[in-house]
Design a binder for this molecule. Sequence first.
Ligand code: AKG
Ligand code: FE2
Length: 301
Amino acid sequence: MRDLNNYKMNKSSGFENVSDLRSVEETIDKRANLSYEEFCAKYLFPRKPVVITDATVKWKASQWTPQWFKERYSDKIVKTDQGDMRMDGFIDAITAESSEPGPFLREQPLEEVFPDLMDDVLPTPRYVLPNWLGDNYLIGPINRRLNRESHIEVNFCGRRIFPYLHIDDLGVHAFITQHYGDKEFIVYPPDQEPYLYRVENDRFSQIKDVDNPDLNKFPLFAKAKAMRIVLHAGESVFMPCGWWHTTKVPGTSLSTVISISNSSNWAELVKHLKNNSGHRLFAPVFTFYLKAIGKMKSLMG
Ligand SMILES: O=C(O)CCC(=O)C(=O)O
Ligand SMILES: [Fe+2]
């Protein structure tokens, strides 16, 4: 932890380097050459996060830079959280020195925004397989919901705090890879949820900035114990389902996210669909069906 370039966003909106972080009781392992068997036994099934430093070394995406995107896609229009922008203007905005958060190209399927770059994220790391999100379930609404999450997504931004402390949708695990720049993850194990002020029936916390919480409004948050890691370019983090997380980015950041569902977390996906399907009549049938499919797929390995 201590050798990483840690930083925090202070109240006056700037980042400052900090050498001593809040004490944390546990840390997140950082591994290279991690066998798939050990990944499953130590991290995937026990649902423990891990940073993997060499999962994507063969990806051409490890060469991505803001300048390369600016040159290659200068007049391409991209959808940011501040509206549609030309790519060259977007890159200028996320590489500029500014205390205001710039635009964020957030959670956009790579396949849709940069379809010509799908080869840049190959080969698929073994750690994200099998992935059942892209499979055919023979039922339109289920296919649409699951297949939507099966796309690798891009997150490109400048210096900023991720807009919310959250758990991921649909009970998926996330495999997040940093291609350019650093990103700090602030992570809370599922047992910390009582202190995180979850918005009712939703997957977000009411706390916007975990380093500057309003403790008068959210007193229990003082008890919440976070783990912190800084993900550097070339590194990936496995974020298990149910773990609360948010991120802080000190400069320009290019990263991608793969969502994962398989026998290790299928029950969460089924529970999520049951509670949020909007098909009250069909929910029990879908639930039964999906549970059965999960059992079958697990048996097939
Ligand atoms: O990459 C990040 O900054 C956070 C991504 C994330 O947590 C998400 O997309 O759900
Ligand atoms: Fe997330």
